[in-house]
Design a protein around this ligand. Structure first.
Ligand code: FES
Ligand code: FES
Length: 177
């Protein structure tokens, strides 16, 4: 006969092992613990921000096995054995990742709350699209909400990054990009 769980009883936490930014990590997660909370609370990787917790704002975006995902829409247990990339893995010591540098140059952030998610979305967008138009970038970056910048600097920074990676300008971008 299966055991009946007391409604007030917390489900048992299990150990999750996964790779984050190239490093093997492990931590405890109850079955319903969100991946975003696991990263922040168990692994102390607080660069991944949590805004809406409903898959809308994009602040919690990370890369899981090569694809950008909302970490508030995944349970930690679903990421067992996965390879994750978070914003903490972008800079190399004191040297900014090229996309971070471009965000700085193009003033693509103000308060910075949306920035970790923006960066991870942009990296996924550029990595998976060799020929991006300005519209493609605008549509792709609409996956994250920014309440400060008006998006102009963000679009310019991502277009400049796409040019660095793929060697051509986004069609439709102005000469000042
Ligand atoms: S916190 Fe995950 S999409 Fe808003
Ligand atoms: S920089 Fe403030 S929300 Fe985007």
């Amino acid at each position: 006969m299966s055991e009946i769980q007391n409604p007030g009883q917390k489900p048992e936490a299990r150990t999750i092992e996964l790779t984050v930014n190239g490093v093997s990590r492990r931590g405890k997660a109850e079955p319903r613990m969100l991946l975003a909370d696991f990263l922040r609370e168990e692994l102390d990787l607080t660069g991944t921000h949590v805004g809406c917790e409903h898959g809308v704002c994009g602040a919690c975006t990370i890369i899981c096995d090569g694809t950008a995902v909302r970490s508030c829409l995944m349970f930690a247990v679903q990421a067992a054995g996965a390879e994750l990339a978070t914003v903490e893995g972008l800079a190399d010591g004191g040297t900014l990742h090229p996309l971070q540098q471009l965000f700085s140059e193009h003033r693509a952030l103000q308060c910075g709350f949306c920035t970790p998610g923006m960066l991870m979305i942009a990296i996924d967008l550029v990595a998976n699209n060799e020929s991006l138009t300005e519209d493609d970038i605008r549509i792709g970056m609409s996956a994250a909400l920014c309440r400060c910048t008006g998006y102009d600097g963000i679009i310019k920074a991502v277009a400049a990054y796409a040019e660095q990676i793929h060697g051509k300008s986004a069609h439709g971008m102005g000469a000042d990009v």
